[in-house]
Design a binder for this molecule. Structure first.
Ligand code: VG1
Ligand code: CO
Length: 544
């Protein structure tokens, strides 16, 4: 079948951010928007003739139509085969697992992750490489460059393929293999953890709930937690993926996962609670009446990973994004292994994982994962927590207190100012950036600045350099402040202010309320950056 060549012209702003290209769903549905970007991906790769790709997404609105469009374009561009999750569904970690297991040449993930979905929500497209992880900046820059010169895309004039039935079909000369979206990922997870021990703990009365937030993880969590581990039916809440996530904001944090939060802080709390985001790569961990800060979760998982069969041989290293607290650094030091501090976004962990320089990675934004895939993996984190609980047989609260008694506590909070004026946000960052050299030795409120810089990273394996990755201010009082602008939003700018302070005294650590314990850091941030005046906001929209 002859491909149809459709003339097009560049659409401005098709620049992949922290995690792929994200825009309003209506923008993606507009003429040539999706097609331009997808063809630019194919062109930037030097064409996809004869290649095998994986395709799937988080089930959000427009995903099915976008899948059909992409399949026709892949066929027209000469791809040999595309493996698709049934109904177009693949969680982000599952897509990574499928790319790796089937040795595909790469994949396209249709997701805007934790951003709301629906016709009035957001959509996104991300390209992952053969190793299974998000494309590095060298590739995303080439894709962006191509979007600025594109003049045609290729498609096939055929009916939409049926993605609802598992099996093989052909589209032009290309094979489309529709697979069970869950099995490969669930099998991989089962190979890493002691399912017998977790099953035994649940059979003995340990109770848990998982909030899938009407997003991609539902079918995966039902299969793993209910079918394979024997948790009662209903353990997974909001288990059915919906195109608009039930009108909710599929972001697993105390503000957005409110049903689970209310349950876990109420009188009938289960022993363990967890939630995941739109595309299944994030996780929030809760104990009975206890919230585990994501930075602490990374540190606890790293310190206890050897209790799970998949990590019994120990860790090669730990990697964390720069704004993630320094709790993991203390674990790496105690274990005598490398600690890597990378820019925000999972794409920066890939080379470290490939080279065997890190086994576990994490971000303060509810993301943790390991070298089993090349994405963060919400269900993986939940299972590692359950495996640790099944071995140690103490509560989540006790695990945290034990950890803090050993390492001290890096009490932590992140304040987000969402959808603020872009120019004002950039001025705030630029003005502070211009003053960084003069800050060391000066006072900010009650604290003394020890060091200040604009984070730059040189990848130790590829040598790639990333600059302007966030302003980092270290205080003499064992505290730290980080400011950066989000790269995943679709409206105005979002300012993220990350704050932490180490509490060495176990009694103080066990009972600290972050917003109180961090009051001097919060005041220092205000003194240094004038956030309230410049954003016109009284306080953050979300504090995690
Ligand atoms: C946010 C988080 C970052 C995460 C990214 C993608 O980016 O801060 O840690 O990697 O989202 O997560 P930003 O640029 O908005 O701060 V997800 O779950 O969207 O794939
Ligand atoms: Co996500």
């Amino acid at each position: 079948m002859t491909p149809t060549t459709v003339k097009t012209s560049p659409i401005p702003g098709q620049k992949p951010g922290t995690s792929g290209l994200r825009a309003r769903t209506r923008t993606f549905m507009g003429p040539r928007y999706l097609e331009n970007f997808v063809q630019s991906v194919f062109d930037a790769l030097g064409g996809i003739e004869g290649r095998t790709l994986v395709l799937g997404g988080d089930g959000r609105y427009f995903g099915r139509e976008a899948s059909a469009t992409i399949l026709k374009m892949a066929a027209a561009n000469g791809a040999a085969k595309v493996v698709v999750g049934q109904g177009g569904l693949l969680s982000t970690p599952a897509a990574s697992a499928v790319i790796r297991t089937l040795k595909a040449d790469g994949g396209l993930i249709l997701s805007a992750s934790h951003n709301p979905g629906g016709e009035d929500g957001d959509f996104g497209v991300k390209y992952n490489i053969a190793a299974g992880g998000p494309a590095p900046e060298s590739i995303t820059n080439a894709i962006h460059a191509r979007t600025e010169s594109i003049e045609r895309y290729l498609t096939l004039d055929v009916p939409d393929p049926d993605l609802e039935t598992v099996g093989t079909l052909t589209l032009g000369g290309m094979t489309v293999e529709v697979i069970d979206p869950v099995k490969i990922h669930a099998d991989l997870l089962e190979s890493l953890f002691d399912f017998d021990a977790i099953r035994g703990m649940i059979a003995q009365g340990f109770t848990l709930r998982f909030d899938a937030m009407h997003a991609a993880t539902g079918p995966y969590a039902v299969e793993v937690l209910e079918n394979r581990l024997g948790a009662p039916t209903g353990t997974v809440m909001n288990a059915t993926p919906l195109p608009d996530f039930g009108g909710g904001h599929p972001d697993p944090n105390p503000a957005h996962a409110h049903d689970l939060w209310n349950l876990m802080t109420g009188p009938a709390s289960p022993d363990f609670g967890a939630a995941s985001d739109g595309d299944g790569d994030r996780n929030m961990i809760l104990g009975r009446g206890v919230y585990v800060s994501p930075s602490d979760s990374l540190a606890v998982l790293a310190a206890n990973a050897h209790l799970a069969p998949g990590y019994a041989g120990g860790l090669k290293g730990i990697a964390r994004s720069m704004p993630t607290s320094r709790a993991a650094d203390r674990v790496a030091a105690a274990l005598g292994i490398e600690l890597h501090e990378t820019p925000t976004g999972w794409k920066f962990f890939g080379t470290l994982l490939d080279a065997g320089r890190a086994t576990i990675c994490g971000e303060e934004s509810f993301g943790t994962g390991s070298d089993h895939v090349r994405e963060k993996d919400g269900l993986w984190a939940v299972l590692l927590w359950l495996n640790i609980l099944a071995v140690r047989r103490i509560s989540v609260q006790e695990i945290l207190e034990d950890h803090w008694a050993r390492f001290g506590r890096d009490v932590y909070t992140r304040h987000d100012y969402e959808a603020i004026d872009t120019a004002a946000a950039e001025r705030l960052m630029n003005d502070l950036r211009a003053r960084l050299d003069a800050l060391p030795g000066t006072k900010a409120g009650a604290l003394t600045v020890e060091a200040a810089d604009d984070f730059a990273y040189t990848d130790p394996i590829s040598g790639d350099v990333a600059t302007k990755q966030g302003i980092r201010i270290v205080f003499a009082e064992d505290a730290r402040l980080v400011l950066r602008l989000s790269g995943t939003g679709t409206e105005g700018a979002t300012l993220r202010v990350y704050m932490e302070r180490r509490l060495a005294d176990p009694a103080e650590a066990a009972h600290a309320d972050p917003q109180v314990a961090l009051s001097q850091v919060i005041e220092a941030a205000e003194a240094l950056a004038g956030i309230r005046a410049r954003t016109g906001r009284e306080g953050p929209d979300v504090a995690t």
